[in-house]
Design a protein around this ligand. Structure first.
Ligand SMILES: Nc1ncnc2c1ncn2[C@@H]1O[C@H](COP(=O)(O)OP(=O)(O)OP(=O)(O)O)[C@@H](O)[C@H]1O
Ligand code: SF4
Ligand SMILES: [Mg+2]
Length: 329
């Protein structure tokens, strides 16, 4: 982290965040359970985990974008503001875009369909910065596009004329405009080839390393399936399984030595082509029907009878975590 003399007060502080979806017939889907983490100024925390484990629901909860059948508990402090209890007016006027820059998981759906990328960038620059005047707005929009390698000759296109990768780059460019203390990027590299993945994460990293005009520092919460991108950018890693953060670790220790401590985190890394290339066995459990004990037990080669009880809370939510010696073995 390039903290320098920056404040160590977290930009975002999440405690006991849970999201339940109320389904017809009284069924409850436990999409996020008891999430607890901080993101510090100048820090990038990446959130990883299999599809459907609750990553985007967690992001939506922070932005106040959950559907009507969702119920939240806990707190998520951005400065003094609790994002979970803030009213829609506050969220719309001061949070989304201004305090939290969002790179959404489905960028095409978030871009305005009837407006060109250029006009959306210019409008965002005008709304979020002090830039004024036609020529200055045009130059700022082009500079924003350049940051994410969005080609200048596509700026006058409408979203439906863009490939998935180009829509992704346009959405990232929009999120980097302004001086939001928190950047929330949900799969910002989907549809990009490796060079563009590297370029995008490096740009996100630069954005976070820049303390911003307000001087308080910027933080990045990045959700990704791309573990190579996570390794490239992250200071810390949060691993999510069946709605719970099961491991919070320093990125260097996690991706390098001694490696992850939770059996699920280890299995995720072992599934990578440049490692053992062995998929995690079995399937994740239904979030509407979770066991009382460890939700990973049915897939875990270290499970014992003890695992029928809920794992301990902490950095590694496991009854039998790997210790550095057996991780190295
Ligand atoms: N409105 C809803 N009602 C009921 N269940 C929902 C609703 N929205 C999401 N879910 C459930 O919440 C769970 C978590 O979904 P989420 O989109 O957060 O997964 P994810 O980790 O982001 O997956 P991916 O990596 O594929 O994007 C899923 O099981 C999903 O079916
Ligand atoms: S608590 Fe038990 S079942 Fe769950 S990950 Fe740890 S060892 Fe495996
Ligand atoms: Mg998602």
């Amino acid at each position: 982290m390039s903290a320098g003399t920056r404040s160590t007060t977290p930009v975002l502080s999440v405690r006991g965040l849970s999201v339940r979806f109320l389904m017809p017939g009284g069924r409850r889907v436990a999409a996020v359970t008891d999430a607890r983490f901080d993101v510090a100024p100048g820090e990038c925390l990446t959130l990883i985990g299999e599809s459907g484990c609750g990553k985007s629901v967690l992001a939506s909860a922070l932005l106040g974008l959950l559907p009507g059948n969702a119920r939240t508990a806990g707190s998520a402090l951005l400065g003094d503001l609790d994002l979970l209890t803030a009213g829609e007016r506050t969220l719309a006027r001061t949070v989304r875009g201004r305090l939290i820059g969002l790179v959404p998981q489905s960028p095409a759906a978030h871009l305005t369909p009837v407006r060109t990328v250029r006009s959306q960038l210019e409008e965002t620059v005008a709304a979020l910065t002090a830039t004024r005047g036609r020529a200055a707005l045009r130059a700022a929009a082009e500079a924003a596009a350049e940051r994410t390698a969005f080609p200048a000759d596509h700026l006058d296109r409408h979203p439906h004329q863009l490939s998935g990768g180009l829509a992704q780059r346009a959405a990232t460019a929009l999120a980097l405009v302004g001086d939001a203390p928190l950047l929330l990027a949900d799969e910002p590299t989907t549809g990009l080839d490796r060079d563009l993945v590297d370029r995008t994460v490096d740009e996100l990293r630069r954005h976070v390393d820049d303390p911003g005009d307000h001087g308080g520092g910027r933080a990045l919460l990045m959700i990704t399936h791309d573990l190579a991108a996570a390794e490239r950018i992250a200071d810390r890693v949060a691993v999510m399984y069946a709605g719970r953060i099961v491991e919070l670790a320093d990125a260097k220790a996690f991706f390098g030595a001694p490696g992850p401590r939770h059996p699920y985190s280890r299995a995720l890394l072992q599934a990578l082509p440049d490692r053992a290339f062995t998929p995690v066995p079995g399937m994740p459990p239904e979030l509407g029907d979770l066991p009382a004990g460890c939700a990973f037990a049915a897939r875990c080669d270290r499970a014992t009878g003890t695992c029928a009880a809920p794992p301990p809370a902490g950095q590694v939510a496991c009854h039998h975590p790997h210790v550095p010696e057996d991780v190295r073995a």
